[in-house]
Design a protein around this ligand. Structure first.
Ligand SMILES: NC(=O)C1=CN([C@@H]2O[C@H](COP(=O)(O)OP(=O)(O)OC[C@H]3O[C@@H](n4cnc5c(N)ncnc54)[C@H](O)[C@@H]3O)[C@@H](O)[C@H]2O)C=CC1
Ligand SMILES: CC(C)(CO)C(=O)C(=O)O
Length: 306
């Protein structure tokens, strides 16, 4: 399969690099990482060590491929969608966190849109070098009823052929809301309290706050027509906090590095859906206000500004 990975940062480089073992992959990203991959190839270390040589470019305008995988931060999805709209793809798959990305892609591209979640961990260590920090799996499926279920099966088969454990799901909206509940609970609380995820697995005020944010998110999901039980959301947060106890969440890392966060696509999205459905979301609203207030005061940067 011809695969273009739009957003060759941490996750995009890992997934693109692993897919490059079997498929023709083009990474789309920014220098100095892209220049290093073009010169020396891509090195993956951590869970496994491997060296691969995908094609790499900083400009995907007018490109075509069987599949475009979107792995930019949520605040860059609109730009990615605009570039992809000028190309030719049989399917577009988002592996991003947060909500709203698939709708933005669907509004721009003329191809089936697939939603996906990735539980693997990745960190761009140096230009040309990505660290694989957690093995994980990928779950993907059609986003809208009109989106092609066969495209999801084709993509999953291609991922499995490259040894990426991948499952197809028919209920991606519910699964993205469940992931959203996890991120809405763990990300801002760990970022504001500057603690590792495991702090939320210990009884105490931070665990109580995270649980309350998850339950509130599940309430908004139900108001939005998605069947997500309070218990499911609460248990998911407890399990992820325990299983990733030593990790710092992506929002905690963004805040520590003075970088823009994905708050709009996480707690901000919950607040927007609460407003649209007449539900109330005071906990998500407070967490979003605190992180947005920090972003404004800190004069945050995005990776391309570095
Ligand atoms: N890093 C991880 O382990 C995981 C990340 N995710 C999600 O995946 C998404 C990406 O996360 P990361 O890889 O950590 O972020 P990242 O910031 O490391 O990578 C995003 C990359 O996209 C590039 N980019 C953005 N706009 C571009 C454009 N117009 N042209 C070319 N390149 C562009 C940026 O330069 C950056 O290198 C986020 O939604 C995140 O929440 C999900 C699961 C795991
Ligand atoms: C699941 C979790 C909370 C793991 O850290 C994550 O997705 C993130 O940090 O963004």
């Amino acid at each position: 399969m011809d695969i273009l990975v739009f957003g060759a940062g941490s996750l995009g480089s890992l997934v693109g690099g692993l897919l490059a073992r079997t498929h023709d992959v083009t990474l789309v990203g920014r220098d100095p990482h892209i220049a290093a991959v073009r010169r020396d190839g891509l090195r993956i270390t951590g869970v496994e060590t491997l060296d691969v040589s995908p094609a790499a470019t900083t400009d995907a305008t007018g490109a075509s491929a069987d599949l475009a995988v979107v792995a930019v931060k949520a605040y860059d999805t609109e730009t990615a969608a605009t570039v992809l709209a000028n190309g030719d793809y049989d399917a577009v798959l988002s592996l991003q966190n947060g909500m709203g990305n698939e709708d933005v892609l669907a509004a721009h591209v003329d191809a089936p849109v697939l939603a996906g979640t990735a539980t693997c961990g990745a960190r761009l260590a140096d230009p040309g070098h990505v660290e694989w920090t957690g093995r994980g799996t990928i779950t993907l499926g059609p986003w809208r009823p009109a989106d092609d279920a066969e495209a999801a099966e084709r993509v999953a088969a291609a991922f499995r052929a490259a040894d990426l454990p991948t499952e197809v799901a028919a209920d991606m909206r519910r699964r993205l809301w469940e992931k959203l509940a996890i991120n809405a609970a763990i990300n801002p609380v760990t970022a504001l309290a500057r603690v590792a995820n495991g702090a939320l697995a210990e009884p105490g005020p931070l665990a109580d706050l995270a649980r309350a944010a998850a339950v509130e998110t599940a309430t908004v999901a139900r108001a939005d027509g998605v069947d997500l039980a309070d218990e499911t959301a609460k248990d998911a947060v407890a399990t992820v906090a325990r299983e990733t106890a030593r990790n710092r969440s992506s929002m905690h890392r963004d805040v520590t590095r003075g970088r823009r966060t994905e708050i709009d696509a996480i707690n901000g999205y919950v607040v927007d859906r609460a407003r649209a459905t007449g539900a109330s979301a005071p906990i998500n609203r407070t967490l979003a206000a605190l992180i947005r207030g920090w972003e404004t005061g800190a004069g945050v940067s995005t990776p391309e500004h570095e």
